[in-house]
Design a protein around this ligand. Structure first.
Ligand code: DQA
Length: 147
């Protein structure tokens, strides 16, 4: 099983940006955490991050050609604006889970809309970096329910 984890804009600034909301761990710590979790489960994982909407569309399209089994995506602020990222997910038809480190449901009104939610089969929010591991569990359960 291979999973692609996509992080959108400003998630490379973890540990620096608003630590009261996003915590003190940096992006490298997140990637390490995901890599060791997946290694224990014999899951192939690739973690990518971009600040650019078109790059994220490209990553999702490439996942189709790379025969990726599942996508975990935190689109950052593009969650609330990007029809293009939603359409890319719909185009490739790969099972996907949306993750937010913070509890967006208790934040500003402009964060209450998520375009990718129209595609993702689950949304995890407010679980900090552990939320990515939870998302991987959900994808594993969906792809391999016998496990
Ligand atoms: C976020 C929440 C978004 O509203 C915000 O723009 C982010 C991060 C989260 O992980 O909590 O960049 O997706």
């Amino acid at each position: 099983m291979n999973i692609l984890v996509i992080n959108g804009p400003n998630l490379n600034m973890l540990g620096i940006r608003e630590p009261g909301i996003y915590g003190n761990d940096n992006y490298e710590a997140l990637v390490d955490k995901i890599a060791s979790y997946c290694e224990e489960r014999a899951i192939d994982v690739t973690c990518l991050q971009s600040n650019h909407e078109g790059d994220i569309v490209d990553m999702i399209q490439q996942a189709y050609f790379d025969k990726v089994d599942g996508i975990v995506i935190n689109p950052g602020a593009y969650t609330h604006t990007s029809v293009a990222i939603l359409d890319a997910l719909k185009s490739v038809d790969i099972p996907a889970v949306e993750v937010h480190i913070s509890d967006v449901s208790s934040r500003e009104p402009f964060r209450q809309v998520s375009y990718v939610s129209y595609y993702c089969f689950a949304t995890i929010m407010g679980e900090g970096l552990e939320g990515y591991l939870h998302a991987i569990d959900l994808i594993e359960d969906k792809l391999d329910p016998e496990k």
